[in-house]
Design a binder for this molecule. Structure first.
Ligand SMILES: CC(C)(COP(=O)([O-])OP(=O)([O-])OC[C@H]1O[C@@H](n2cnc3c(N)ncnc32)[C@H](O)[C@@H]1OP(=O)([O-])[O-])[C@@H](O)C(=O)NCCC(=O)NCCSC(=O)C[C@@](C)(O)CC(=O)[O-]
Length: 440
């Protein structure tokens, strides 16, 4: 890991490059160095230019400007994400936020600080920054799993009307795919016993896909009867988890899913496939990547249009996620893969970042970080959708999601369930949004 500090600039930056990961942090000019921080040596100065392309903080203010930062807008050159839900690729330079007039005056110092570095000779670092940006997708599809994965583990029964309102609010935020419920045994998951009623209430909503979980033909038939137009099957890379979750071995589950896939094919219903425990299992511990790849390939071969790789208990780090993805990508095309991280150890965002860098452009997440699997004790909810959208915006990646409306949906369900909102973005922006909704 390298650590730089530019003391000759009006602002002080510290940039850490570690392998393929990059983070940039602003420090005020009055910032006092901690004894743990390595000062920026002049010999390292040249590298700063490379990451200056990734700067997104006002150097004149020595801290991020609220209107540019707080909604996770992208200030990366060539990837301008506006504060609305739209994103403009390769916008002309004049549209960059740092060229905006501030208080009626051109913020020339800010602009100068932004641009000074481009004259430096710094090919290595610039190559790194260019490569970093090139590797990222331009658009990411978010699969919202809150109403299903998020609510399946709630202790108290959530009224059907609340579930429906949550889904309606999520629809309003622009999410393209919302996993609505599960057609599983109500004895196993009582919380989703109202699957039929939920599905019937939303079946005619246009423009959004509402996949539902179906563990067998019985569930598939019930889902279709209730109006489902897309289903998901869920296998495990761990034998023990398969037994505890769906009461059968991996092979038995795959046989059931072949039957579901065959029935779905006849009705032209798309089937999504999950692999759970892709990094670790609550019973068996670490799960070998080859096991994950084998199950993913089986699901793909039986006709699943997309395979979502679930770190069910949230133990993965980039160090374990990368080899797992490598193994799966060797047998399933990367554009057919999605990732599904639970945030037990707070590793979801770095795991998502490496997944994006490896070419994955479909992410599962749960509004306000709701959730947890009833058969994976101690596992926390999924990564919060708000936090994912915020990060993607910061990277200039389009999602078409209105962050303000999404946060409102998260606030609604958190308040209704009487639980703390699990999204850090919502916590940071929630109050400000209520005060000034027009900025969203
Ligand atoms: C798979 C079964 C059904 C096997 O359950 P079983 O008890 O082995 O099944 P069975 O065939 O012996 O049936 C038992 C009873 O369930 C009924 N039944 C049977 N199937 C259905 C159905 N589809 N819908 C409604 N009822 C059903 C069936 O009719 C029977 O009713 P009874 O005669 O006793 O009155 C059960 O274990 C089950 O429902 N498991 C679901 C568990 C679940 O939903 N877990 C959470 C999913 S989260 C996950 O997997 C991870 C994921 C996807 O989120 C990714 C990640 O986070 O990593």
């Amino acid at each position: 890991m390298l650590s730089f500090k530019n003391l000759s600039n009006p602002s002080v930056w510290r940039i850490c490059l570690s392998g393929t990961f990059l983070a940039a942090s602003p420090f005020t000019s009055h910032y006092t160095m901690s004894s743990l921080e390595e000062p920026l040596g002049l010999e390292k100065f040249a590298s700063l230019d490379s990451v200056s392309r990734l700067r997104r903080f006002s150097t004149s203010a020595c801290r991020p400007r609220y209107d540019e930062m707080e909604m996770g807008n992208c200030l990366i050159e060539g990837r301008s994400c506006s504060s609305s839900s739209t994103c403009h690729e390769d916008s002309p330079r004049d549209t960059y936020p740092w060229r905006r007039q501030i208080n009626g005056r051109s913020n020339s110092r800010y602009l100068q600080d932004r641009l000074y570095g481009t004259s430096c000779k710094d090919n290595g670092g610039r190559d790194f920054a260019n490569k970093f940006l090139r590797e990222l997708p331009r658009y990411v599809k978010i699969v919202e799993v809150g109403p299903r994965d998020g609510l399946q583990n709630e202790k108290n029964v959530v009224p059907t009307s609340v579930k429906i309102e949550l889904i309606q609010r999520l629809v309003a935020s622009g999410l393209p795919v919302i996993e609505a419920t599960s057609f599983v045994s109500p004895k196993w998951v009582p919380q989703l016993a109202d699957a039929k009623d939920v599905m019937e209430a939303i079946r005619d909503v246009d423009g959004v896909r509402f996949p539902v979980l179906t563990p067998n033909l019985k569930g598939f038939e019930a889902a279709v009867a209730a109006g489902a137009k897309e289903v998901a099957v869920f296998a495990s890379a761990s034998e023990s988890f398969s037994k505890s979750n769906i009461n059968c071995s991996i092979e038995e589950s795959l046989a059931r899913y072949r039957a579901v896939a065959e029935a779905a094919r006849k009705l032209s219903i798309p089937v999504r496939g999950y692999v759970s425990c892709v990094v670790g299992c609550p019973v068996e511990g670490p799960v070998p990547p080859s096991n994950v790849a084998r199950v993913a390939k089986e699901l793909f071969d039986m006709g699943c249009f997309e395979i979502s790789l679930g770190d069910t208990i949230g133990v993965g780090t980039p160090g374990t996620v990368v080899p797992m993805l490598q193994a799966v990508m060797a047998v399933v095309p990367v554009d057919k893969l999605a990732v599904h991280f639970h945030d037990t150890y707070g590793q979801s965002l770095p795991n998502i970042l490496v997944s994006l860098q490896m070419g994955i452009s479909t992410l599962d997440s749960s509004v306000s970080g709701l959730g947890g699997c009833p058969y994976a004790k101690g596992a926390s909810g999924n990564v919060a959708t708000e936090d994912v959208v915020y990060m993607l915006r910061g990277l200039g990646i389009k999602t078409n999601v209105d962050l303000g409306k999404l946060i409102s949906a998260g606030e609604f369900i958190s308040k209704t369930l009487g639980r703390q909102n699990g999204s850090k973005t919502a916590a940071a922006l929630g109050k400000k949004m209520t005060a000034d909704a027009s900025k969203i």
